[in-house]
Design a protein around this ligand. Structure first.
Ligand SMILES: Cc1cc2nc3c(=O)[nH]c(=O)nc-3n(C[C@H](O)[C@H](O)[C@H](O)COP(=O)(O)O)c2cc1C
Length: 290
C-alpha cells in the first residue's frame, strides 16, 4: 500500500479488474475504504449522493448474473453502491463521486470495476432503500486483485478494446472543433488532459471532447449513436455516457489540484457553431491565475 502516490500514478494504475482473490480484506484496508465511502462525496453540480459498501454475498453475486451485458466478475470482496437524488446533472455527479472513491480504492491497492449493466438494479436499490426520487445508476466491484486473470476477463478486455484509447487528435481541440490541440500546446494542462484520455468509460467509448479557449476548457459529450437507447431498452440501463463525463471531470480536476492549477467549474457555453454530430455542451473549467 503506497498511500502517498500522486493522483497521476493512481489514475495510471487503475484498470477494470474482473478477477479478484476472494479473500477477506484486512481491517486496515476496510477502514480506509469505509472512510472514503462514508464521506459521501458529490460532484461539481452538488447532487445529493449516498454511498454504501456492500459485502460480496451470494445475494449480491446473484444480482450480477441477471442482465448480462458484456462482463462478469469473479470473487469480489464487495460492491460500492450509491443512490443519487434525481436532478439535472445527477449522473455526471455520480460518475465524478464514485470515481473519487474508486481512485481511493486503487490507491490502497485494491482492484475495482465499474458496472453499469451487469447487475440487477433492484437488489442493490433495495439494499440502498432508494426512494422514488433517487436512482442507483451503476455500482462498482472491488477486492484484492487475483494474481492471474481468467480467460473470460481477457476476452472481455479484448472485446471492449479495453487497453486502447483514442488519440489526442480525436479528443482535444483548440478554440473550435476545427483545430486540434496538441499535447505541447496544452502546456501545463497536458497532464490533466492526458488523465482524462486514459480514464474508464462504458464499453470504452470515450465520449468526452474538450475545447480549450483559454482560460476555459469546455467539456462536451459526443454520444455513441443509439448506445443509450439500446441499453435502456434491453437492459434498463441509465445513461452511461453522462457518467463517463463525470469521470472525465473528476480526472481533470483532481490532476489540476495536484499540479496547483487553480480553477473552477462554470456554465459558460461558447455556443460554437458546427458542432460534430451527436455532440452537446456539458460544462466548462475556468482556469484561474495561481
Ligand atoms: C460507467 C461505466 C460502466 C461500465 N460498465 C461495465 C459493465 O457493466 N461490465 C463490465 O465488465 N465493465 C464495465 N465498465 C468498464 C469498461 O468496460 C472499461 O472501463 C473500459 O473498457 C476501459 O478499460 P479499463 O477500465 O480497464 O481501462 C464500465 C465502465 C464505466 C465507466
Amino acid at each position: 500500500m503506497t498511500r502517498n502516490q500522486s493522483i497521476m500514478d493512481v489514475i495510471q494504475k487503475r484498470y477494470s479488474c474482473r478477477t479478484f482473490k476472494g479473500d477477506p480484506l484486512s481491517a486496515q484496508v476496510v477502514e480506509l475504504l469505509s472512510r472514503s465511502v462514508s464521506e459521501n462525496p458529490s460532484g461539481p453540480f452538488k447532487s445529493v449522493i449516498r454511498f454504501q459498501r456492500i459485502a460480496g454475498t451470494q445475494e449480491s453475486m446473484n444480482a450480477m448474473k441477471g442482465l448480462g451485458t458484456y462482463g462478469f466478475i469473479k470473487a469480489p470482496s464487495g460492491f460500492i453502491v450509491g443512490a443519487v437524488k434525481k436532478g439535472p446533472f445527477d449522473l455526471e455527479d455520480y460518475g465524478y463521486a464514485m470515481e473519487t472513491i474508486l481512485l481511493s480504492a486503487t490507491r490502497i491497492g485494491l482492484g475495482t470495476c465499474w458496472l453499469g449493466g451487469t447487475f440487477t438494479k433492484s437488489v442493490f436499490a433495495n439494499k440502498m432503500e432508494a426512494g422514488p426520487d433517487e436512482i442507483v445508476p451503476a455500482v462498482a466491484a472491488f477486492g484484492e486483485i487475483a494474481e492471474k486473470s481468467r480467460m473470460t476477463e481477457k476476452i472481455i478486455r479484448w472485446g471492449a478494446r479495453a487497453s486502447t484509447r483514442k488519440p489526442w487528435s480525436a479528443l482535444f481541440f483548440d478554440r473550435s472543433f476545427h483545430a486540434i490541440l496538441g499535447s505541447v500546446e496544452a502546456g501545463p494542462y497536458q497532464t490533466p488532459l492526458e488523465m482524462v484520455r486514459i480514464g474508464p468509460s462504458a464499453s470504452n467509448k470515450q465520449p468526452w471532447r474538450i475545447v480549450r479557449d483559454f482560460p476555459f476548457f469546455h467539456f462536451y459529450l459526443q454520444r455513441t449513436s443509439g448506445y443509450y437507447e439500446r441499453n435502456k431498452k434491453y437492459f434498463g440501463m441509465a445513461d452511461m455516457q453522462r457518467i463517463d463525463m463525470g469521470i472525465a471531470m473528476c480526472h481533470f480536476e483532481l490532476t489540476c489540484q495536484e499540479l496547483s492549477l487553480k480553477g473552477e467549474w462554470v456554465t459558460d457555453d461558447p455556443r460554437l457553431t458546427n458542432l460534430p454530430d451527436l455532440t452537446t455542451y456539458v460544462t466548462s473549467y475556468r482556469a484561474m491565475a495561481p
